[in-house]
Design a protein around this ligand. Structure first.
Ligand SMILES: *[C@@H]1O[C@H](CO)[C@@H](O)[C@H](O)[C@H]1NC(C)=O
Ligand SMILES: *[C@@H]1O[C@H](CO)[C@@H](O)[C@H](O)[C@H]1NC(C)=O
Ligand SMILES: *[C@@H]1O[C@H](CO)[C@@H](O)[C@H](O)[C@H]1NC(C)=O
Length: 480
């Protein structure tokens, strides 16, 4: 056997030089690496210093395990001879001659690994030789696969990575976020190569199903480590639920549907529907994992069972169906609620607008004696609740404040007038106890008013303002 570990280029180069120098006239390489199945060349030349040296025969001797065999002989009269090989084409002299004894092996086999001595029979010096170690490497075939296992509590191999027929033996590692262990075994093959098998073991959980894991093979003949991705496959029985029941199956309802939703590995392929009261009613149509009731009748007032089956198991789920005489009265669907709230919001804005317009027209004649003045301060506090007396008191010194224009002063005076008017009226809501009858009456008046737009009469803004809350809007919304 050769020295598989000593493959670095530098020591080789050094040894080669040394061997060339020592062998003097026989030029060989100290070490040659061949790849299994490929061609390998063992160079050998005889450099005669003078023409006085006569070469009569060339011989390659293979020495392996203490055994010596002649593998190739060349004699100028008799030509090349290959004593070991029936098939001359696998091992042969590159150019049969006395000067160049270079040997070619193609395809090279693992069994060719040996020390080869190139011998020249010379006269008068006698035999001269040089030796070459032939090292054979084998490129492994790497594969990885998931092992389908059932969910369970005991650790077992879930993935296997194999680096077959390599030389030297491969080193296998795993890249994974899973909490598992790798165990390695090696098999020596008849051809001298090694097959390395790494098993990744873990407790197989449902969650591990579909998880990625990568086998990485490191080996000398590979330019870079080879990564092989694997997706784990943990088999588990179906997980079944029945979906589609909306709790509103009523007599004569059309196209009520139930769906049997089942996860599992492998995915459940077979669904069997039945009921607790026996086989499926005639009004039920089975469509694979679904049942469709085209017209609901009393016969489906029962409990439906869906049984899902995969390779691992059979699991059932049940759904109780309650058939009503009438459709269920519901608040509204969520879409309906959304539309309702939008309509309500728009209505609220319309009412608010109507109120504002109403106030404006209501107050304008009093504030400005018939002519519209955009600087009018009606809106300044017109929307606020009726001013409490203290605010008016606080405001009063403004009248005397220097630098106020006559216009502002006039505005102020007008407000003062309004203030007094208000005080003569009954206090607005919030200041006096209300009477329910009054409120009812106002609702009844407000509804038609809003339907007719702002053409309403005899309505006190201040009253409306205090009414202006959610209750009045929703009341009105019912009218509209
Ligand atoms: C001789 O070697 C050649 C080339 O490898 C191969 O194709 C052929 O089958 C071999 N024949 C015998 C008899 O071994
Ligand atoms: C991994 O192997 C070690 C020792 O062989 C063992 O103690 C440990 O329980 C294993 N862990 C898992 C997750 O299999
Ligand atoms: C369905 O069965 C329930 C009792 O399980 C019963 O109250 C109901 O009236 C039945 N519906 C119809 C439509 O028969």
């Amino acid at each position: 056997m050769g020295k598989p570990g000593n493959l670095c280029a530098l020591p080789c180069l050094f040894s080669c030089l040394v061997s060339v120098l020592l062998a003097q006239r026989v030029k060989v390489l100290h070490e040659v690496t061949g790849y299994m199945g490929k061609e390998v060349v063992l160079p050998c030349e005889f450099a005669a210093a003078t023409s006085d040296i006569k070469v009569s025969q060339v011989t390659w001797v293979k020495e392996s395990g203490g055994r010596k065999q002649n593998v190739a002989v060349y004699h100028p009269d008799h030509g090349p001879s290959y004593p070991m090989e029936g098939n001359q084409s696998r091992i042969h002299f590159r150019t049969p001659s006395l000067g160049d004894a270079t040997l070619v092996i193609n395809p090279v086999r693992m069994a060719d690994e040996a020390t080869y001595t190139c011998e020249f029979a010379t006269y008068p010096l006698g035999n001269e030789d040089g030796a070459t170690n032939l090292i054979i490497l084998a490129n492994p075939t790497n594969t990885a696969e998931a092992k389908e296992v059932k969910v369970g509590n005991t650790e077992q191999p879930v993935a296997v990575c194999t680096s077959a027929h390599g030389k030297p033996p491969a080193r296998i590692t795993w890249q994974s976020t899973l909490n598992g262990n790798a165990s390695v075994s090696q098999v020596k093959n008849a051809d001298g190569t090694v097959t390395v098998i790494s098993q990744y073991s873990m407790v197989p959980t449902k969650e591990a199903n579909g998880q990625p894991i990568t086998c990485v093979v490191h080996q000398q003949t590979l330019l870079q480590p080879e990564s092989i991705p694997v997706t784990l496959s943990i088999l588990y029985p179906p997980e079944v639920t029945i979906t589609g029941y909306d709790d509103n199956w009523y007599l004569s309802r059309s196209d009520a549907t139930l769906t049997c939703s089942a996860k599992g590995n492998p995915p459940p392929s077979q669904f069997i529907w039945s009921t607790t009261s026996g086989p499926l009613p005639a009004s039920v149509e089975v469509q694979g994992d679904q049942i469709v009731v085209h017209k609901v009748d009393a016969s489906v007032n029962t409990t439906f069972i869906c049984q899902a089956t995969n390779r691992v198991g059979q699991v059932s789920a049940e759904q109780v169906i309650f058939v009503r005489d009438q459709p269920a009265k519901r608040q509204s669907s969520s879409a309906g609620a959304l539309v309702g709230s939008i309509v309500g919001g728009v209505l609220a804005l319309v009412i608010l607008g109507a109120v504002v317009v109403f106030v404006f027209y209501r107050r304008r004649p009093r504030a400005n004696k018939g002519s519209y003045d955009p600087k009018m301060r009606v809106f300044g506090n017109g929307n606020a609740p009726p001013p409490v007396r203290e605010f008016a008191e606080l405001d009063r010194p403004l009248k005397a404040a220097p630098g106020r224009s006559q216009e502002e002063y006039n505005d102020y005076e007008e407000e003062e007038e309004e203030e007094e008017e208000r005080e003569e009226r009954p206090p607005p809501y919030g200041y006096a106890p209300r009477r329910l009858e009054d409120e009812e009456e106002r609702y009844d008046q407000l509804g038609p008013m809003l339907r007719l737009g702002s053409s309403c009469h005899g309505y006190e803004f201040d009253d409306m303002e205090s009414q202006h809350d959610g209750s009045i809007i929703s009341k009105t919304a019912v009218y509209v």
